[in-house]
Design a protein around this ligand. Structure first.
Ligand code: BG6
Length: 308
């Protein structure tokens, strides 16, 4: 089954249609996949049109904010390990369609470029769309449009809007599955989830309470629920904090695969777990979104950094 996109995917054609000199250009990225490069006076970000996937966020003079595996595979049909995969319309295993691949299909399809523009002459903004098609219908029987808007100001803002184009309501779960680059997992802590409840995915979804700041000493895979709070990833090795604000989300997933799981993943280096942690702005676990016909819902995150 193949799907053609509504807009071109060749960088030259995309530059002709949407390029904004100095601020937004399209290029051939890793694996030959087309990418959009957004740049302003503060930072650069690279977005793969395949997957609607943010691959990098580089504030000037800083270590990369996002982590991507050296073993990441840049091939259509495969998920890219790192950056910010778009998880939609199910987080983890699909409850209704258990044979479907985990984390939905949005990260494994090529999106359409809807627009690329400048706001206030300095803030580049990229808007991608994904519409239901033969592949999505073979996995999930609903009509929808996803709109992904990525804005680079002194922060990186990502908004994922889901629109129900069916005659019936549908349910979905989702995540902006952000992989952050850290100096060493042993030198980081996560603030913002103290005294919050979570489902421990490594302990049969047992409900537990996070007492203090999160630190990492073993595999961690927790879905925090009933939380709208900003998370702060404190990295004493890099001397910075990454601030992860969110809207439209009452769940946050915190994941590090540690040693054994890293070894089991073919697109993840055995030792790479030292330098990453996922803090995912999500609609996951009990945070299921029901969209009525014609309805829409936005899941948003703003990522910024501060020196410690
Ligand atoms: C996290 C899940 O969001 O994603 C983990 O909580 C999962 O359970 C991880 O292992 C990676 O998933 P995938 O499908 O990209 O290998």
């Amino acid at each position: 089954m193949s799907v053609t996109t509504l807009t071109p995917t060749h960088p030259d054609e995309l530059n002709e249609l949407f390029g904004q000199t100095g601020f937004i250009r399209f290029e051939e990225g890793p694996g030959g996949l087309p990418v959009a490069c957004l740049k302003n006076g503060h930072a650069e970000t690279m977005v793969s049109i395949y997957g609607g996937h943010v691959l990098s966020y580089l504030p000037d003079g800083e270590e990369p904010v996002l982590w991507v595996s050296e073993k990441a595979q840049y091939e259509t049909g495969k998920a890219i390990r790192g950056g910010i995969p778009i998880i939609w319309p199910w987080f983890g295993a699909s409850k209704r369609y258990p044979k479907n691949p985990s984390h939905g299909f949005a990260r494994k399809l090529t999106w359409d470029v809807h627009s690329a523009r400048l706001i206030d002459n300095t803030v580049p903004q990229l808007h991608l769309d994904l519409q239901d098609n033969d592949i999505t219908h073979s996995l999930w029987p609903h009509s929808f449009r996803l709109e992904l808007v990525i804005t680079l100001s002194d922060k990186l803002d990502i908004e994922l809007r889901a629109i129900n184009l069916c005659k019936n309501p549908f349910d979905y779960t989702a995540a902006l599955h952000s992989y952050f680059n850290v100096s060493d997992i042993k030198h980081v802590s996560v603030l913002g989830l103290e005294r919050r409840s979570y489902l421990d995915q490594l302990d049969n979804m047992e409900r537990k309470i996070q007492e203090g700041p999160i630190t990492f000493t073993s595999e961690t895979d927790n879905i925090f629920y009933d939380t709208r709070d900003t998370c702060r990833l404190i990295d004493t090795g890099f001397g910075r904090e990454i601030v992860i604000e969110k809207h439209g989300s009452t769940s946050t997933v915190v994941w590090n695969p540690w040693i054994d799981k890293s070894k089991r993943m073919s697109d993840f280096g055995d030792e790479e777990y030292h330098n990453m942690v996922c803090i995912e702005t999500a609609n996951a676990g009990p945070d299921v979104i029901t969209l009525n016909p014609g309805g829409h819902y936005e899941l948003c995150t703003s990522i910024s950094t501060k020196p410690l």
